[in-house]
Write a new protein. Structure first.
Length: 133
């Protein structure tokens, strides 16, 4: 299944809903192109909704890191929301869980761009503890 990307805006934050797989080839390239275009168009605050992403390979993970870095270079921030268990485990295993700010709830992800708002961050340590039980 190829990667489908739909973007929308919420309170000045660009939300990109991804569906499918983020893998080597066209999918990873489409993700990098999306972020390049968003940054070029002034989209500095970006949330990737991974609720319908069922697989990420090493190239896809590299594309996420590149997107994070290019957004940061432009003075913006890239955050992730609605990760499945496999993606969370992948981020923990590769130690990228400390790189990406992640959320369970889209509104919390949007609120995280506004310092005066209360947010609930995804607790990766709690997730790891639950897996060990």
């Amino acid at each position: 299944m190829s990667l489908e990307i739909h973007t929308r805006e919420r309170e000045g934050v660009v939300l990109a809903d991804l569906k499918g797989r983020i893998t080597a080839g066209e999918e990873a390239s489409r993700l990098r192109e999306l972020l390049r275009g968003l940054v070029a168009g002034g989209g500095r605050n970006v949330v990737l909704n991974l609720a319908e992403v069922d697989y990420i390979d090493s190239t896809g993970l590299g594309a996420l890191v590149m997107c994070h870095n290019s957004t940061a270079k432009a003075g913006g921030t890239l955050k992730l929301v609605n990760l499945n268990q496999r993606t969370i485990e992948l981020l923990v295993m590769t130690k990228l869980a400390v790189v990406f700010e992640t959320f369970d709830d889209e509104q919390d992800a949007v609120n995280s761009f506004f310092p005066e708002r209360e947010i609930r961050r995804f607790d990766i340590l709690d997730f790891v503890r639950r897996q060990e039980d």
